[in-house]
Design a protein around this ligand. Structure first.
Ligand SMILES: [Zn+2]
Length: 259
């Protein structure tokens, strides 16, 4: 972690002055719990596939069992993972600010399992599949799915309403973001006093779009990410490091300054 004391103090100062905070999280915070990022997701049995070729409506039409099998494999990874110190620190943050709205690009449920309520999922969720034909939600059985026997394909379940095939509840390439989730995210950023971006480069839509709204409106922005960060704007504070280290350090500093 290369965050300096002065940066942490400044971040605490900004947070303490904010009544409404909008938080956006990306793949980085899930990766710290051992969930591979989308681009790194194809290992083992899935090595010779391209994520971009599996995550489309067309791929599902052409080979439902292959695509469903891949998402079941990813769901298995998610359910075998645990929330980390970064997820938990965000719960603590939400308890300190008057109005904290959490938006995520992640399709796992680690924020919910850490204790964050009302998470806005911009890219849907692996845990909430629905019918490909009629959109009716499908309830998955409890527990962690088994590895498919002798291969990677798994037949998707059928819709209880129309007998259509059930598809993963995530946003695929070529699909638009869920309208309600996007408008909730946009509203949260427009109404916030401070925008906190975690574990995302912020360069690609939708993260870039939300970042831009915050910047255009002159909101203070805090970015937490391990990679090289584009800095320079005066209202933008970059804390370089993993969320699981920076966020707990930030909350600890806040408690030390103002118990
Ligand atoms: Zn249906």
């Amino acid at each position: 972690m290369t965050v300096h004391d002065t940066q942490l103090n400044k971040a605490v100062d900004w947070l303490a002055q904010s009544r409404r905070v909008a938080v956006l999280t990306g793949a980085g915070i899930s990766a710290e719990s051992g969930i591979p990022t989308f681009r790194d997701a194809l290992t083992g049995l899935w090595e010779r596939f391209e994520a971009a070729d599996l995550a489309t409506p067309r791929a599902f039409r052409e080979d439902k069992a292959l695509v469903w099998g891949w998402y079941e494999w990813r769901r298995m990874q998610v359910l075998s993972s645990e929330p980390n110190a970064g997820h938990r620190a965000l719960v603590a943050l939400s308890q300190r600010v008057e109005d904290c709205r959490l938006i995520t690009q992640n399709v796992d449920d680690l924020h919910e399992r850490a204790g964050s309520p009302d998470v806005v999922h911009l890219h849907g969720s692996l845990l909430h599949p629905r019918c490909f034909a009629c959109g009716h939600p499908h309830v998955l059985p409890d527990g962690i799915p088994d590895e498919p026997e002798g291969g990677r394909s798994i037949q998707p379940p059928r819709c209880e309403r129309c007998r259509g095939y059930v598809r993963p509840g995530v946003v695929w390439f070529g699909e638009s973001l869920p309208t309600l989730a996007w408008s909730a995210a946009e509203r949260a950023v427009r109404e916030c006093d401070l925008f906190l971006s975690i574990g995302t480069s912020g360069q690609v839509f939708p993260a870039a779009g939300l970042h831009q709204i915050a910047a255009q409106q002159g909101k203070p922005i805090i970015v937490i990410n391990p990679g090289e960060l584009a800095d320079g704007r005066s209202r933008e504070l970059c804390l370089r490091g993993p969320a699981g280290e920076v966020l707990p350090a930030l909350m600890a500093r806040w408690s030390a300054i103002d118990p």
